[in-house]
Design a protein around this ligand. Structure first.
Ligand code: COA
Ligand code: AMP
Length: 633
């Protein structure tokens, strides 16, 4: 390790309280914390427990107080609708404080939950910040999820109010939100008391007052509303993420640690200063969108870009270069799949040559492993460092990265670089001992986790403890496996649970299996993520039918695909359900998913010694060939 980085890193591990006390000096507090870390009740650690602050104050008011009200806070660019706009810090605060007043008028108070189910429009950011302003806890739900998923989030969060829009736009398709929301409300046991809907021009929908009101109606009589004082350990938001079952996990974020840590990352990880333009091409429904479209850049006081478009098809594979060039973006953060999509469409970078990217300095990739081919292609084209970094919804910021604002490190293709200050990352082997360099095992982080990570799960302390903190005492289990090399570089190789990563989106194969099992003809099933050149992984379903089913296989497959789309959403990208005769299992009845995946990916596999009938693997191979998943040898 080189000197500057290693000194900072070592301090963060040896004396985390000192390290994070200094970082806390950089944010606004109504009352500065005197207690930095409470370790009395592991694994429930508390950062800054007597601090009093407000998320929205740090995102907006703080910068206006420093005379930066006229600076651009948010740039909105929507190639899909051909709309563009810019908002200064002052303008954004004005919108937020009015909408905060509108929420109050609808009875939303500190601690109440508000679901935000919206496309990538400025009003979604306004809604998030308005919640923060009045101390309401938002829970943003990604627009690609179906009603069923929305309903489960309404039920778990017991939201008082839901903010939505009349529609979102996908290339070639309008996503009508209102029917999806109506269905979710119908399905949910918990009844929300109000809905505020933003009418998109030309796509207005009918609302049933007084429970359903438009964004404009909600603003009638709304007063500008100030930030409320929040205790550091109160919650800023809940973001649901896939668990191993169909019940999503409500990751919560506490307020003080979130502001401190995210602000710290902007300079230290991303090398972004107040005058820079930053762009995270993700969606506000994901953690990357929460942290790096909305919160971190605004805490830092720089300019953030909100992009309602796709890397390809809106209108072409030059969309990213156009945004970078038009707004003089310094750094972009996106998922590798976005670059694979551009590479596939424009391998020679013909679109790239049309734009001036002289201000562009670095590209950050996360959400899934960045394959070396894609990194090298991007480096070659962009002539800037391309940085793979690793993190999770649970942490809200990178666990490992090249900390470019501290010191640029060399790239090792295929590795997500070194542990970031604050994270003491270790590898634990199957015999429960710590691994030596280059030995594979479960990747864990020594407790306490740094500020900004999840202090618990929403209403589920026990699940938090059992799921993440119990298998390896004193460590947080990331559910990723890999190794750390002799230079401290971390190599993330796979998940250890049934989570798969589809186009940078985290999905649970268990949740898809639950849906397939509901089909009346399905006796049992297995869903696995198979390697895909564009999306990293794609889910496929293998289904075994009940005896005596007389429907044809093709109809059943189609119905299964539709069920997953209806119950989980288009984001699952579930397009293949194959009817097979039987599933390979161990003698004790466990489905051999890993072996099937290896067969589907055409990689070498060992015959599992515990398999009940080895001939099944040949049958599966034939079925995969028949369905074009596998090429015949
Ligand atoms: N609302 C409604 N539907 C949505 C949606 C949204 N916000 N986002 C995606 N979908 C739909 C898509 O329209 C698609 O539907 P279809 O089956 O009718 O075609 C489906 O969900 C799958 O979407 P996606 O996985 O995004 O695939 P795609 O083929 O439309 O696009 C990429 C492929 C690579 C261009 C796209 O995945 C992408 O831009 N990825 C960037 C990665 C990213 O943002 N990751 C977030 C974490 S960093
Ligand atoms: P999410 O919570 O949706 O951000 O997904 C987190 C998971 O995505 C991690 O646990 C990893 O499995 C995977 N992931 C994220 N970033 C990387 C990366 N840079 N390399 C490998 N896997 C990654």
């Amino acid at each position: 390790m080189s000197d500057k980085f290693s000194k900072i890193y070592d301090l963060s591990i040896k004396d985390p309280e000192k390290f994070w006390q200094e970082a806390a000096d950089d944010i606004f507090w109504f009352k500065k914390p005197t207690k930095i870390l409470n370790k009395s009740n592991p694994p429930f650690y508390k950062w800054y427990e007597d601090g009093v602050t407000n998320t929205c104050y740090n995102a907006l008011d703080f910068h206006i107080d420093q005379g930066k009200g006229n600076k651009t806070a948010l740039i909105y660019d929507s190639p899909i609708t051909e709309n563009k706009s810019k908002f200064t810090y002052e303008e954004l605060r004005s919108k937020v404080s009015k909408f905060a007043g509108a929420l109050k008028n609808q009875g939303v108070n500190k601690g109440d939950r508000v679901i935000i189910y919206m496309p990538m429009i400025p009003e979604a950011v306004v809604a998030m910040l308005a919640c923060a302003r009045i101390g309401a806890i938002h829970s943003v739900v990604f627009g690609g999820f179906a009603s069923n998923e929305l309903a489960s989030r309404i039920d778990d969060s017991k939201a008082k109010l839901l903010v939505t829009a009349s529609c979102g736009f996908e290339p070639g398709r309008t996503v009508e939100y209102k029917p999806l929301v109506d269905e979710a409300i119908k399905q949910a046991q918990h009844k929300i008391s109000k809905m505020i809907l933003f009418q998109r021009k030309g796509h207005e929908v009918k609302l049933n007052a007084p429970v359903e009101i438009s964004w404009d109606e909600a603003h009638a009589n709304a007063k500008d509303t100030d930030c409320v004082e929040m205790n550091s350990n109160e919650f800023a938001y809940i973001l649901y993420t896939s668990g191993t079952t169909g019940t999503p996990k409500g990751i919560v974020r506490d307020i003080g640690g979130h502001v401190v840590a995210l602000k710290w990352t902007m300079k230290n990880i991303y090398n972004i200063d107040e005058d820079d333009i930053w762009w995270s091409a993700s969606d506000i429904g994901w953690i990357v969108g929460h942290s790096y479209i909305v919160y971190a850049p605004l805490f830092k006081g720089c300019t953030t870009v909100l992009f309602e478009g796709k890397p390809v098809g809106t209108p072409d594979a030059g969309a990213f270069w156009k945004i970078i060039s038009d707004y003089k973006v310094k750094s972009l953060f996106t998922a590798p799949t976005a670059f694979r999509a551009i590479k596939k469409e424009d391998p020679e970078g013909k679109f790239f040559s049309k734009y001036n990217l002289s201000k562009f300095e670095s590209l950050f990739l996360a959400g899934e492993r960045a394959d070396p081919d894609t990194i090298k292609w991007a480096e070659n084209l962009l002539k800037v460092p391309v940085i793979d970094h690793w993190w999770q919804t649970e942490t809200s910021w990178a666990i490992s990265s090249n900390c470019t604002g501290i010191e640029m490190m060399k790239t090792k293709y295929g590795s997500a670089c070194k542990a970031v200050p604050g994270y003491d990352v270790k590898i634990i082997k199957s015999d429960q001992t710590l691994a030596k360099p280059n030995e594979m095992g479960d990747i864990v982080v020594k407790l306490p986790l740094p500020p900004g990570t999840f202090p618990t799960l929403w209403n589920a302390d026990q699940r938090y403890k059992e799921n993440y903190m119990s298998n390896y005492e004193g460590y947080y289990q990331t559910y990723d496996a890999g190794h750390i090399d002799e230079d401290g570089y971390i190599w993330i190789m796979s998940r250890t649970d049934d989570i798969i990563n589809v186009a940078g989106h985290r999905l649970s194969t268990g949740a898809i299996e639950e849906v397939l099992s509901e089909h009346q003809s399905v006796a049992e099933c297995a869903v696995l993520g198979i390697a895909d050149k564009l999306k990293g992984q794609l889910p496929i379903g293998l289904i075994v039918l009940k005896a005596g089913v007389d429907k044809d296989n093709e109809t059943i497959s189609k119905e299964c695909v539709q069920m997953v789309r209806d119950k989980i959403g288009p984001v699952a990208a579930f397009k293949v359900a194959i009817v097979i005769k039987r599933l390979p299992k161990t003698r004790s009845g466990k489905i051999l998913r890993g072996t099937i995946r290896k067969i589907a990916d055409n990689v070498e596999y060992k015959m599992p010694p515990t398999i009940d009938d080895p001939a099944i693997l040949d049958e599966i191979k034939e079925d995969l060939i028949k369905n074009n998943i596998l090429k015949s040898a």
